[in-house]
Design a protein around this ligand. Sequence first.
Ligand code: DQA
Length: 146
Amino acid sequence: HSILILNGPNLNLLGTRQPEVYGPTTLADIEALCHERAKALGVQIAFAQSNHEGEMIDMLHGARGVHAGVILNAGAYTHTSVALMDAISSIMLPVVELHLSNIHAREAFRQKSYIAPVAVGQICGFGAAGYPLAIDALVSYIGKVQ
Ligand code: DQA
């Protein structure tokens, strides 16, 4: 199995970006956590980040035939992007929606997700620990549908 872990806008700044909300962990730390979990499960991962909506859509399209599923932290595009929602609907791959923070406990505009209706499920509120949890969830889901 191979899994794409795709991170959206501003997540490159983790560690220094609002640490009171998102924690002290950097994206490089998170990538290391993901590699550790993937190795333990015997799965391959590709880890990516983009600040550009169109580039994220291109990466989702490119996942077809390459990856068995996607873990997506779409950042603020979660709450705005019909285009990302349509991309997920189009690629026929299972997507796990992921957020560091509990978006349901924050501002009203963060409580709406365009990703949720087209995702297998959502993990949020566990900080960096959500990434390995999402890998577990996606691998378990893929195992069940095969
Ligand atoms: C986030 C939550 C979003 O509302 C926010 O815009 C982000 C990060 C999270 O991981 O908690 O950029 O996706």
